[in-house]
Design a protein around this ligand. Structure first.
Ligand SMILES: CC(C)(COP(=O)(O)OP(=O)(O)OC[C@H]1O[C@@H](n2cnc3c(N)ncnc32)[C@H](O)[C@@H]1OP(=O)(O)O)[C@@H](O)C(=O)NCCC(=O)NCCS
Length: 184
């Protein structure tokens, strides 16, 4: 068994990361269509480097693999980082590396699962994220999940000889209406 259903949605589930998946991650993170939306486009992602990174990621904070509920196929990764458990804050990040699965609802499903985990298990109060202003696809996905734009850092991203804003979005606990997907 490679994956475990920590939280299951309607299309995917969140599983602890399997460090043996580093080849798949290396392939995805070298795909510029994926990486231009992350902070990784200018980084060299090699097999040995990714093997180490993934092994670390699997151990620390709250990072999960996103797995297709029907096929148990690895689709990507999401997580909450920079946790402050006194004030109940954290930062959300996600990528669906398998592009065949884009625009089929998986990003929304995984984001809602991660919010459920954050608000109903970690007792967080505020979850923030940042996204490049050209990433309309992600902004739409986050808006569908209840994130609101709270500000922008102007011209803080330069790519393709153009500058773009970094947009900040957040969601607070009372705005997230779902309960834990288990009965108590
Ligand atoms: C962003 C990402 C997680 C979204 O995942 P996904 O599985 O495609 O998301 P969903 O299918 O649940 O929802 C996508 C929504 O965006 C919309 N969309 C797609 N491209 C769009 C565009 N160019 N402009 C506006 N909306 C767009 C879709 O129509 C859909 O909205 P709808 O349901 O109202 O029609 C995924 O594309 C991804 O991992 N991208 C690469 C990495 C990345 O950008 N990560 C986020 C960094 S902040």
């Amino acid at each position: 068994m490679r994956y475990f259903k920590k939280l299951a949605g309607s299309l995917c589930y969140l599983s602890p990361i399997n460090p043996e998946d580093y080849e798949k991650y290396t392939e995805w993170l070298n795909d510029l269509e994926v990486a231009v939306n992350l902070t990784l486009a200018t980084k060299i992602i090699s097999l040995p480097g990714e093997k180490e990174t993934l092994a670390e990621l699997a151990k620390k904070e709250h990072n999960f693999a996103v797995i297709d509920l029907k096929t148990d196929e690895l689709l990507g990764n999401c997580g909450l980082t920079n946790l402050d458990l006194i004030n109940g804050t954290a930062e959300f990040g996600i990528f669906i590396g398998n592009k065949n699965y884009w625009n089929r609802g998986y990003g929304t499903d995984a984001t809602l699962l991660m919010l459920n985990y954050g608000f109903n298990l970690l007792n967080l109060h505020n979850i923030i994220l940042c996204v490049y202003s050209y990433n309309k696809h992600a902004i739409r996905t986050y808006t569908k999940c209840g994130f609101k734009i709270i500000g922008r850092r102007r011209q803080a991203k330069t790519i393709g000889r153009k500058t773009y804003d970094i947009i900040y979005m957040d969601i607070i606990s009372p705005e997230f209406k779902r309960n834990l997907p288990v009965s108590l």
